[in-house]
Design a protein around this ligand. Structure first.
Ligand SMILES: *Cc1c(COP(=O)(O)O)cnc(C)c1O
Length: 463
């Protein structure tokens, strides 16, 4: 046995020899001597281990060049692959939420390729902070006195609490102790910000007197959290923000609302379910409101704090701001996105997220009708391929109970076996541009709501 293995080892090509091949030299020029040598050593090591275990050469032994080519292709590929999001969830957190408007993409490109006036004033005035220009725009759009921008809404809540409420008690309704995916829990964030959470009311009902009774000289903030990813129905009561703002000013305590998604425009204008708007709460006297940049706003990942000048100034000066601040790419994308809101008529065509959210079921159905024929022809021998109505989700914790009527192409295996479905889903996930669907009721569903490029999708699905 050892003898025959020794014979196999001898068949492995020498790295020096391989390095002399012209085809290998091309990779050396592109990715360097070090990388190529490392790959060849690794392949040799793998081949040795394979021989040891199986007493034969690995299948790729006949073509080392092909294996090296495969590794080189993998090196070129980004870990952030563009995919077709046919999952039925428009703002899919794991797929990067909002897809950016063209103007935002161009703006990011510009600031990436040149030095910019991030914290530099051209008229020689004193150095402003980096959020200044955007804050002015946000004030114009929402009626806020001032604004602060950070990395994401979780950071916004943390910074807000750390500045306004640190060392004190924050009163929150029991019905609003939200957990967002990825371990963002309101009580934990409070602890991290150095505040003590005081829960009031019950899960389904909280009254103004519950807040009022909990106020003492330790209290630093009255807070509401938008229950963005669940809803409590039935016998419920929550405190109106107007009343909470009044209670706060009676006791000279600030009030804040974490809206999560929040929308700067009235979604019902587009036939979409109502989503709370920051301007409403600010006009009702709430001091601080936080929202996400990449949920319904349709911009880059960012957290936006809007509110009273006095508090925003303190927030801007807090040492944590430095750790949580947004970079120039985020600010550029956010500025371009916000500018679209100055011309609301344009939003629905320019913001991909809003365009997808507002597509009618009929429009998606027409698209499904175009796709069903070639898909049936290609997959019809193994799958029942059908066009079916379905319900899309907005996602990212916004409007959890509201669904949007849509259409899907569904694939059900004739043999009724779940593993053929799993295989199909896995194959699509492995394609050059992965296709992300959803398995449900023994079928693979491709919800077409977020599909722009039919041609590109067919290229993947029909290969
Ligand atoms: C989404 C959400 C957050 C977290 O926002 P990120 O931008 O994901 O950090 C916080 N609070 C609420 C209510 C949310 O819906």
């Amino acid at each position: 046995m050892a003898d025959s293995n020794a014979a196999l080892y001898r068949q492995l090509p020498a790295i020096d020899k391989l390095l002399q091949l012209d085809e290998v030299q091309i990779f050396v020029v592109e990715s360097g001597h070090h990388w190529v040598t490392e790959q060849l050593r690794d392949m040799q090591q793998q081949a040795r281990e394979f021989i040891q275990q199986h007493e034969q050469l690995p299948s790729w032994h006949n073509d080392w060049l092909a294996e090296l080519t495969r590794r080189h292709a993998a090196l070129q590929e980004s870990a952030l692959k563009p995919v077709f999001n046919l999952s039925g969830t428009v703002l899919h957190t794991n797929l990067g939420r909002a897809v950016m408007a063209k103007s935002a993409i161009l703006a990011v490109n510009k600031v990436m390729s040149s030095p910019v006036t991030l914290e530099y004033s051209l008229d020689g005035a004193t150095r402003g902070h980096r959020d200044r220009a955007l804050a002015d725009l946000l004030c114009q759009l929402t009626g806020a006195e001032d604004a602060c921008i950070v990395n994401n809404n979780a950071a916004a809540v943390l910074l807000l609490l750390a500045t306004v409420a640190q060392g004190g008690q924050v009163i929150v309704s029991r019905g609003e102790l939200v957990e967002i995916g990825g371990a963002f829990r309101v009580p934990d964030v409070m602890a991290q910000a150095g505040c003590q959470l005081v829960e009031v009311g019950t899960t389904n009902r909280t009254h103004l007197r519950d807040y009022a009774n909990a106020i003492n000289d330790q209290t630093t903030l009255l807070m509401k959290v938008h229950t963005s990813n669940y809803s409590i129905e039935g016998f419920t009561a929550e405190v109106e923000s107007t009343e909470l703002a009044q209670l706060g000013s009676q006791h000279q305590l600030p009030t804040a609302i974490d809206l999560g998604s929040g929308s700067m425009i009235d979604m019902t204008v587009y036939g979409l379910p109502a989503e709370p708007m920051p301007q409403t709460y600010l006009s009702q006297g709430i001091d601080l409101v936080s929202i996400s940049g990449d949920k319904l706003l349709g911009g880059p990942q960012a957290g936006i704090i809007l509110g009273k000048k006095k508090w925003i100034e303190a927030i801007q000066k807090h040492p944590l701001k430095r750790a949580l601040r947004a970079d120039k790419m985020t600010l550029a994308a956010l500025e371009a996105t916000l500018k679209l809101y100055l011309t609301p008529e344009k939003l629905v065509t320019e913001l991909p997220t809003l365009r997808w959210l507002t597509r009618s079921a009929d429009e998606v159905k027409t698209q499904a009708e175009r796709l069903i024929v070639p898909l049936q022809a290609f997959y019809g021998d193994k799958f029942v391929v059908e066009m079916e109505p379905c319900l899309s989700q907005i996602g990212s914790g916004s409007l959890p109970i509201d669904r949007l009527p849509s259409y899907a192409v569904t694939f059900m295996p004739f043999d009724g076996r779940g593993n053929s479905l799993a295989l199909l889903a896995a194959r699509w996930r492995q394609s050059a541009q992965p296709v992300i669907g959803r398995v449900k009721e023994g079928k693979l569903w491709l919800d077409l709501r977020c599909l722009d490029d039919e041609h590109a999708l067919l290229q993947v699905l029909l290969s």
